[in-house]
Design a protein around this ligand. Structure first.
Ligand SMILES: NC(=O)c1ccc[n+]([C@@H]2O[C@H](COP(=O)([O-])OP(=O)(O)OC[C@H]3O[C@@H](n4cnc5c(N)ncnc54)[C@H](OP(=O)(O)O)[C@@H]3O)[C@@H](O)[C@H]2O)c1
Length: 235
């Protein structure tokens, strides 16, 4: 199934997994909206992606924690690219600290980005996906959405919450022809966690999974996908 001519918004697409997903979509001739919090990073990413010379690429700064900015993001996609077919909720942050040490503003940054931001994006996008007669929402969760770790309570809470959100959402929108998949990666080789590991999943491998899902026959949907490094460090 060809994705050519579809329109996608990928949140947090100036680096890491989101950037790899945006590039993979562009290579499939999808028109893509790039976004993250800083316009300078967005402009740089749009310029680099345009060199791929396939799908159209535009960009706008958007902090997914701000409902007004998310409204502006989705309006921008509709105005610039004529509609919306695919939403990839990828933007995410983490802080590693004990509950006693985690600052309240760090708690809010994690929950507001990883969970509330996804709600805002879906809330604004779903009416437009319905207008198109269907579409696809891919949420980037984490294995930390099913496995708790000390020093990660806020991140765990956000990703456990996101898993529940995704699974309620797919039941709500399936009869509108909107499919929802929730990808739960283990460690991925990005700036997110410090230091190059050598064994972690590559961002391009998450992007390949997204493309596989989008191209899968519309009669079925994979709702929860756990992706692990084959050979993580034994230590
Ligand atoms: N890397 C891993 O090991 C791993 C494993 C499992 C799941 N994940 C999940 O995968 C997703 C992407 O992670 P990554 O490793 O690619 O992280 P990353 O390299 O740090 O990239 C995160 C992206 O999100 C953007 N972002 C952060 N806060 C934002 C906000 N409030 N509004 C809009 N954009 C925002 C960042 O740009 P700015 O900061 O400039 O805004 C950046 O473009 C996250 O949801 C993460 O939880 C990662």
């Amino acid at each position: 199934m060809s994705l050519k001519g579809k329109v996608a918004v990928v949140t947090g697409s100036t680096r890491g997994i989101g950037r790899a997903i945006a590039e993979a979509l562009i290579d499939e001739e999808v028109s893509v909206v790039i976004c993250s919090r800083r316009q300078r990073d967005v402009d740089r990413t749009v310029a680099a992606c345009r060199e791929r010379e396939k799908g159209r690429v535009v960009g706008i700064a958007c902090d997914v924690r701000e409902h007004g900015q998310v409204q502006r993001l989705i309006d921008f996609a509709i105005r610039e690219l004529g509609g919306l077919d695919i939403l990839v909720n990828n933007a995410g942050v983490a802080h590693t600290a004990s509950v006693a040490d985690l600052k309240p503003e760090e708690w809010h940054e994690i929950i507001d980005t990883n969970l509330t931001g996804v709600f805002y994006c879906c809330h604004e996008a779903i009416p437009h996906l319905r207008t198109r007669g269907g579409g696809y929402i891919v949420n980037i969760g984490s294995l930390a959405g099913a496995n708790a770790h000390p020093m990660m309570a806020a991140y765990n809470a956000s990703k456990f919450g996101l898993l529940g959100f995704s699974e309620a959402l797919f039941q709500e929108v399936r009869y509108d022809g909107i499919r929802v998949s929730h990808i739960m990666p283990g460690s991925v080789e990005t700036d997110f966690s410090s230091g190059k590991k050598g064994w972690a999943i590559l961002p391009e491998q998450i992007a390949d999974m997204v493309i596989t899902l989008l191209k899968s026959p519309s009669r079925t949907m994979a709702t929860r996908i756990e992706m692990r490094p084959t050979k993580p460090s034994r230590a």
